[in-house]
Design a protein around this ligand. Structure first.
Ligand SMILES: Nc1ncnc2c1ncn2[C@@H]1O[C@H](COP(=O)(O)OP(=O)(O)OP(=O)(O)O)[C@@H](O)[C@H]1O
Length: 214
């Protein structure tokens, strides 16, 4: 009955910050192998919903399951889910390439199987392999953090505006990478403000509207 199980199942999720209602009884099911983009104006709750899907935030009401389990609980969840939703961090003394090797090795992968090299080409990091993350520009750092997320083996990617700060060429390469991730069975949920990017990824849109803004 695997096909009956949604990768992500959001049921009647409500989030309030104090008296401010941000998400009002949201329902969202994402099948395994599908891509969905949360779209909507600033403050419509896209990041909030993504944090709830990773278990980093508890909804005020409602239920979320990811691969039929509560999200964010333990190593088993994080072995299947890779995300850029957490605050970015890195090891001060390690280069871009050393970070990618580290993540790959820890996850049981071979750092020399070509996957890292492919990601570095996709994200334009080849010339930055020996740089320290702290010396990168904001766009370069965005590309590094995306690479560090994509290098992990995963079944679900949760990405908050992955197109942010990317130049046109890299944006196209990242869209193609995500499209092929989904075509090979991965599931993607992301927030995006770029409709062209969303369409090149092949993601359907899920529109969030600020409660009371209709
Ligand atoms: N920790 C918090 N405490 C209080 N209010 C918050 C908190 N985090 C977010 N909010 C509010 O919740 C609403 C939704 O924020 P969220 O970041 O989820 O929106 P978004 O759709 O991702 O916006 P953007 O397009 O600007 O990234 C906003 O009104 C924001 O001010």
């Amino acid at each position: 009955m695997g096909s009956m199980t949604a990768a992500v199942d959001v049921r009647q999720v409500t989030v309030r910050y104090g008296s401010t209602l941000v998400l009002d009884s949201i329902d969202l099911r994402i099948s395994e192998g599908a891509a969905v983009a949360l779209v909507g104006e600033n403050g419509s709750g896209k990041s909030t919903l993504l944090r709830c899907v990773t278990g980093l935030q508890e909804p005020t009401a409602g239920d979320i399951s990811v691969f039929a389990a509560a999200p964010g609980r333990g190593a088993d969840f994080w072995r299947q889910v890779a995300t850029t939703v957490e605050s970015p961090s890195w090891y001060q003394g390690l280069t871009v390439r050393e970070h990618l090797d580290l993540v790959r090795v820890v996850n049981g992968g071979d750092p020399d199987d070509g996957h890292i090299a492919e990601l570095c080409v996709t994200l334009g990091l080849t010339g930055l392999s020996d740089s320290l993350p702290s010396t990168l520009s904001s766009g370069q750092r965005q590309r590094f953090l995306l690479a560090a997320t994509l290098v992990r083996p995963s079944r679900l990617l949760v990405l908050d505006e992955p197109e942010q700060r990317l130049d046109t060429r890299i944006k196209g390469a990242v869209a193609a990478y995500l499209r092929s991730y989904v075509a090979t069975g991965g599931t993607l949920v992301m927030a995006s403000h770029d409709d062209g990017f969303r369409v090149s990824v092949g993601a359907g849109e899920f529109v969030l509207i600020r409660p009371g803004a209709e």
